[in-house]
Structures are given as structure tokens and as C-alpha cells.
Design a protein around this ligand. Structure first.
Ligand code: DAH
Length: 347
């Protein structure tokens, strides 16, 4: 069926004139509403049909439908053209995009960098995971039991004093004073054999100076299996320290000490990484203190439901800032969470 009605042909012409002038999606949408919308031209014509005699209806009705189809098709064709044009424009823009171009303003904008903690934890993680250790995490808010009791630290131990520990207002809750509490979570939740390392924040209620802070980081290590001895502890620490400082001739020294959750308890020293004969950093001793260690106390194993007659273990705790200060030549522990951009920019 062809459109022969003059008024419809006129409308089609007007539509086409208006269509060629539409340049944007918005203009096209406005045209669609004018012609095909609920109160648009086509619906107006349809409404007129109702009042027409049957003969006229038969002749006029199909022509309106045809007009509606033509308008719809032409509208869709132009919509498609617009989409293709926009797509090609975008493609062209990308063609002109030079990834190697120098952007002067980018130099003025501050760029991010990794915190020395992140650098160091990644290095520690590399070394321990290469030895089959798993990364373990524990909560920073602890109960007295996990932080002290299970670690064989008795109620009258000075570490439980108000002077040393941040106690929360809820009785029995505190900010962990060491990552040794993660040893307890690990032993309670998993069956031996166990090999974990746990870097994390710890909190001490004490005055700050260049080498002490109220918040710092430790990395705990724990190995539980049958027949674990000081030999394991010594060689694990040696592999770790040699890997971290990238020094194959670095030596480990273990000195008797006391930590309630290990027996024997041992202080860990490394041979000075700066000298062979004594310098200011090792205070002329040729050794640098790194942390505590020992063989897990039977009372600690028992508290976690592990039979000390079957299993034994070794553990150690090292201060992460101390490592970072030596590795990166940082002279004040308080810089780590000072938020100073000048400090952070160096990493
Ligand atoms: N938790 C101790 C501290 O913060 C360090 C420590 C000593 C951890 C001996 C250990 C250990 O695992 O065996 O001073």
C-alpha cells in the first residue's frame, strides 16, 4: 500500500525536513515524541479515524500505519548512524592517544608510594612462604587470656601493669602488647604440624623516644611439630636474617633470657651488618639485638590443647621497625606513623 492521501504525504515531507535538521540524540528524541509519542501526530491521526465513516477508515487507516512505519524506520536508521559516528569518534580519539607522551603536569602532582612497612612485610612474606610458612593473622584487641594467661604470663607479671598495657574499658580486654597472642589463636584453631609467621601491630603504654613508641610492629614466627629443637630455631632465624639483609656471611647469636611462654628463652642477636670490628651502631660489640625467641613452653602447648609429650616447638618475635631502621637507615621509630610526606616519599 502506498500513501496517496495529500495530508499524509505533506506530513511525511515535514517529518523528513525536520529529520535532516536533527544533529543530536536530544533533537532526535524530541522529534520522536512529536511524531510517535503518546500525544504525537500519528496518534492524533489514529484518533481521527474513530469518527470517520467505514469506507474512509478502510482507505485512510492502512496509510497512517504505513506512515508510522516509515517514520519509525527512518528514526531508527538515524539513531544507528549517530551511534556509529560516536563510536568512530571515540576510536579516532584513541588512535591519537600516545601512551609515551610526556605529560608535564603529572610531575607536579603528588604520587603515591609504598610505606616502608609494606616493603618489609612483603620481603618477610617472601622468605617465610618460601620455607613453607603460612601467613597468620590475629586480632589487635585481645582478651587477657590470649595475650597473657595462655602464654604463661602470671597475673602478677609486670607486663600486666597499667603502666605497660592499654586496657579497654571493658574488663579483660586490651590492645595486644605482642604478636605472641597469635601463636595461641593458631595453636587453638589448627592441628600440628604448624608453621606460621604473623606480622602485625602491637601496643605498649609507654613514653616515646627515638627507639620506643606506643604502637609498633612485630613479626612472630611459630613452628610446632615432633622433635623441634633449638637447631631448627637457629637455622630458621639464620635463613630469615640472611635473606632479609642479603648477607650470606651473617651470623646468629642466641643468648639466654626469660620469656614466660618459652623454655629456654633466648635473645636473638645478628652479627653487625655494618662492621667487622665494632661501630657506633653495634655499640662496639659487633652484635645487634633483634628480638626474643625460644622453645615453646609446655604450659603454653597445654593451654592450647597440644600434648607436650608428643609435640614441641620453637617461636620468635622480631621488631619490624628495628629491621626497617637498619635496612633503610631510619633513625627515629616515630617517623613510621608520623604521616610525614617527606619521610614517606623516600620509599
Ligand atoms: N613477645 C615478646 C615481646 O614482645 C617477644 C618474643 C619472645 C616472642 C620470645 C617469642 C618468643 O615468640 O619466643 O617482647
Amino acid at each position: 500500500m502506498k500513501i496517496i492521501d495529500q495530508s499524509l504525504l505533506q506530513l511525511l515531507e515535514t517529518w523528513r525536513n525536520e529529520l535532516v535538521q536533527a544533529n543530536t540524540d536530544q533533537q532526535l528524541e524530541a522529534l520522536r515524541i512529536t511524531y510517535l509519542g503518546r500525544n504525537g501526530r500519528i496518534n492524533e491521526l489514529m484518533a481521527q479515524l474513530k469518527t470517520m465513516p467505514l469506507e474512509e477508515k478502510r482507505a485512510f487507516g492502512p496509510q497512517i500505519q504505513e506512515l508510522q512505519q516509515i517514520i519509525t524506520q527512518e528514526l531508527q536508521a538515524l539513531q544507528q548512524t549517530f551511534i556509529t559516528q560516536a563510536f568512530n569518534q571515540e576510536l579516532n580519539k584513541q588512535k591519537d592517544f600516545d601512551v609515551t607522551a610526556h605529560v608535564p603536569s603529572a610531575l607536579d602532582k603528588p604520587s603515591g608510594s609504598l610505606h616502608p612497612y609494606t616493603h618489609l612485610i612483603e620481603r618477610i612474606e617472601d622468605i617465610f612462604t618460601s620455607m613453607g610458612f603460612a601467613y597468620a593473622k590475629g586480632p589487635e584487641v585481645e582478651t587477657e587470656w590470649y595475650n597473657f594467661e595462655a602464654l604463661n604470663i602470671p597475673a602478677d607479671h609486670p607486663a600486666r601493669d597499667m603502666q605497660d598495657t592499654f586496657w579497654l574499658t571493658t574488663p579483660g580486654l586490651l590492645l595486644r602488647t605482642h604478636t605472641s597472642s597469635v601463636q595461641i589463636h593458631t595453636m587453638k584453631n589448627q592441628q600440628p604440624p604448624l608453621a606460621v609467621f604473623t606480622p602485625g601491630r602491637v601496643f605498649r603504654h609507654e613514653a616515646t623516644d627515638a627507639t620506643h613508641d606506643f604502637m609498633f610492629m612485630q613479626c612472630e614466627g611459630l613452628l610446632i611439630d615432633k622433635n623441634i629443637s633449638l637447631t631448627h630455631l637457629c637455622s630458621l632465624l639464620k635463613v630469615f636474617m640472611r635473606g632479609l639483609f642479603e648477607k650470606n656471611d651473617l651470623s646468629i647469636r642466641l643468648r639466654p633470657s626469660y620469656f614466660p611462654f618459652v623454655e629456654p628463652g633466648l635473645e636473638v642477636d645478628i652479627s653487625c651488618i655494618f662492621c667487622k670490628t665494632g661501630c657506633a651502631l653495634c655499640k662496639k660489640t659487633q652484635w645487634i639485638e633483634m628480638g626474643g625467641s625460644g622453645l615453646v613452653h609446655p604450659a603454653t602447648l597445654k593451654a592450647c590443647g597440644i600434648d607436650p609429650a608428643v609435640y614441641s616447638g620453637c617461636a620468635w618475635g622480631i621488631g619490624i621497625e628495628r629491621l626497617a631502621m637498619l635496612l633503610y637507615g631510619i633513625n627515629d621509630i616515630r617517623l613510621f606513623h608520623s604521616g610525614k610526606i617527606e619521610f614517606l616519599k623516600q620509599f
